[in-house]
Each structure stands twice: as structure tokens, then as C-alpha cells.
Design a protein around this ligand. Structure first.
Ligand code: SAM
Ligand code: SF4
Length: 350
């Protein structure tokens, strides 16, 4: 590809050819940014939100142009993988213009991968455009294959619409990973069926433990199902072979011999996944969280808006990375009604 010299330089710097990238105090290279582009959602999943949520006022939310400028600053500093999440990212108006703008970094090679986590409700509309913007893989959250249970878990969602979206994604050539939160007494009896279905469709499946983030309407201990239990049960009927597959995320993978599919486990509570953490999370208001499980954060909106040049922004990012903590301290205990972290997953993004 024949690129103008300034764009080539940008790409080289981003690959760390001309600098050290973002290294935190524990020697971990930060190369993965997750961006929550909205805190709003068209679902109200019981483990994620309460039914009556107060969302952020519109004026506090960064414009799509500001989000692009922020993401581009991170890419210049060495971010190689960018995941767009939310809330539900595809309900943000004009969201495709952000994907389209960010795709220039894929073309230069500065960015290796642009991905999306979605509840799938709008996928039927956007699958083709996502593929055209260079998105290759997406994560779709589906916790059950039973339409009634789906309506109960998501409160406002409809399973058939999500499945239509999934088909559109596959037809557009997107690789799909299914994310399923394991919920005690709700979908625990269905996990084998979900795995058989996902692998049969050619999708990887990742199981997630509930994390204590934000106020919800029920008690979290009622939902919490340790994945160590799920795994033990699966091992009765399936051969789980250790796999060294990594996606740059916190999931540990096995291959299921009988299905040939991959199964991931995200176990923040029963297993410490922090030592190899390479990521930071940006909210739609420009707040940077250096750890999903800690309150400490850096405001990037003020430096972003204070000047048209990126000098202050770059300095604020460097300062934030120098404060990235070693790890989280989540605890789910009966009787402890307060979430370990007050903000919802929909603010920081999953
Ligand atoms: N709305 C999109 C979706 O549902 O995929 C993207 C945002 S959602 C916050 C990202 C992921 O976080 C989803 O897979 C969801 O199931 C998961 N999630 C939300 N709240 C959670 C919690 N408290 N514990 C564990 N996972 C959670
Ligand atoms: Fe919305 Fe995703 Fe949270 Fe469900 S998990 S309420 S779809 S943000």
C-alpha cells in the first residue's frame, strides 16, 4: 500500500517501532482499549442493570468525533486492539460513522483489530456495514436459548430478533463468539445445550461469572454460580482439552473434543486474571479506568477539550497508565449488599 509519509510514521509509532508504547508500573504493555460508547441500552439484563436506570445527561457524553480523537491518541501510543462496547453500542445514533473513521487505522496497519461486543438486537441492520469497516470478529451476548427465559433475563429483549441478527452477522462474514453469563438457577441447566448449539453453528463460546458491578434490583449472591462448578459438571459428559489459545482477553480456553469447538471461562472471582492484564477501559464521558475492579480513574475529557493539540491529552494518558493497579479485589459475600464497585458494567463496558 502506498501511504503518505505522515501516515506511515503514525503507523510505525503505533507499532512501537519508534517508542516504548504504554508500559505500566508492573511491566505490562497496554495494547488493548475497550471503549464504552454509550451507557444506554435497549435491554435491562437482571445482572447488569436495574429496571429504572438513570443514564448520563447527553451533554456529558463525548461526541463521536471526540471518541475518534481519543481512540486515535491511544492507537498512536501503542494500542493494537480496540473493542467498542457499551451499554449497547449499536443503539448510539450514527455509531457507524465511528467505525468508519476508526477503520483508517486498520488500513494503515496501526491497528490490528477493531471489534464489537453487542447484545445483537440491532445486528440485522448493521452487520454488513461492520464488515465493510474492517470488523472481523464480534462478541454477541446470549444467556439462554429459551425465548421466555431470554425475556426474563433481559427484561426488554427478544431472542428471535437476536438470532436474526446473528444470521446476518454470519452472512456478512463476521466471526462470532457467544458470551454467556452463568446464572444460578436461571440458565445453569442449559449450559450444555448452549455449548452444543454454539459449537454446532461454528461459534466459540465464553462463559462469564457475574461480577459485583453496580446496583441491581436483586441480590448478587442469588445469581452467582462459580464456573469451577460449571466446569466440573461439563467434564462429566465432555472432554475438555487444555488449550493455549489466547485472544488478548482474560478468558482461559479449552477445546471440547466431541464438538471440536472452543470454550472459554472468564472467572474473575475464582481465578485471578490480573497478572497478564494488558487493557484499559474508556467510558463515553472520557473517563479512563485502568482496572475494571477498582474505582481509580483518570479524566481525559478535560485535557481533550482544553486544546486542539494532543499534548495535554498524551500527558494525561501517560499519567493514568503510571497508576494502573496490580489487580482487582472483587468479593461477593452473602449479607454484603453493596457492590464491590459502584459503577455498572454498562458504564465501563464488559
Ligand atoms: N450490551 C452489550 C452486550 O450485552 O454484549 C455490551 C455491553 S455488556 C456490559 C458486555 C458484557 O458484559 C455482556 O456479555 C454482559 O453479559 C456482561 N455483563 C454485564 N454485567 C455483568 C456483570 N455484572 N457480571 C458479569 N458480566 C456482566
Ligand atoms: Fe444491556 Fe449488555 Fe447490560 Fe444487557 S448486559 S443490560 S444488553 S449493556
Amino acid at each position: 500500500m502506498n501511504l503518505p509519509p505522515d501516515i506511515k510514521q503514525f503507523a510505525q509509532r503505533s507499532r512501537g517501532d519508534a517508542g516504548g508504547g504504554m508500559i505500566d508500573p508492573f511491566g505490562r504493555r497496554v495494547s488493548y482499549l475497550r471503549v464504552s460508547v454509550t451507557d444506554r441500552c435497549d435491554f435491562r439484563c437482571v445482572y447488569c442493570m436495574s429496571e429504572n436506570m438513570t443514564f448520563l445527561p447527553k451533554r456529558d457524553i463525548l461526541s463521536l468525533e471526540e471518541l475518534d480523537r481519543l481512540c486515535s491518541a491511544f492507537i498512536r501510543k501503542g494500542v493494537r486492539k480496540l473493542r467498542i462496547t457499551g451499554g449497547e453500542p449499536l443503539v448510539r445514533r450514527n455509531i457507524m460513522s465511528l467505525f468508519s473513521a476508526l477503520s483508517r487505522h486498520l488500513e494503515t496497519g496501526a491497528l490490528e483489530e477493531l471489534t464489537l461486543t453487542t447484545n445483537g438486537s440491532q445486528l440485522h441492520k448493521y452487520a454488513d456495514q461492520l464488515a465493510a469497516c474492517g470488523v472481523k470478529r464480534i462478541n454477541v451476548s446470549i444467556d439462554t436459548l429459551d425465548a421466555d427465559t431470554f425475556a426474563r433475563i433481559t427484561r426488554w429483549g427478544a431472542l428471535d430478533r437476536v438470532l436474526t441478527g446473528l444470521r446476518a452477522a454470519v452472512a456478512a462474514g463476521l466471526r462470532v463468539k457467544i458470551n454467556t453469563v452463568a446464572l444460578k438457577g436461571v440458565n445453569e441447566h442449559e449450559i450444555e445445550d448452549i455449548m452444543r448449539w454454539a459449537h454446532g453453528e461454528g461459534h466459540d463460546l465464553t462463559l462469564i461469572e457475574t461480577m459485583p458491578l453496580g446496583e441491581i434490583d436483586g441480590e448478587r449472591t442469588d445469581q452467582y454460580l462459580p464456573l469451577s462448578t460449571v466446569r466440573r459438571r461439563l467434564e462429566r459428559n465432555w472432554t475438555l482439552e487444555e488449550s493455549d489459545h489466547r485472544t488478548g482477553g482474560p478468558a482461559r480456553y479449552v477445546r471440547v473434543r466431541e464438538t471440536g469447538g472452543r470454550l472459554g471461562f472468564i472467572t474473575p472471582l475464582t481465578h485471578n486474571f490480573c497478572e497478564s492484564c494488558n487493557r484499559v477501559r474508556l467510558t463515553c464521558t472520557g473517563t479512563l479506568y485502568m482496572c475494571l475492579g477498582q474505582e481509580d480513574a483518570a479524566d481525559l475529557r478535560a485535557p481533550l477539550r482544553s486544546s486542539e493539540s494532543d499534548e495535554r491529552l498524551d500527558a494525561a494518558i501517560d499519567e493514568a497508565i503510571s497508576r494502573k493497579p496490580r489487580g482487582h479485589d472483587f468479593i461477593i459475600e452473602r449479607g454484603n449488599e453493596n457492590p464491590a464497585v459502584a459503577r455498572h458494567m454498562s458504564v465501563t463496558g464488559g
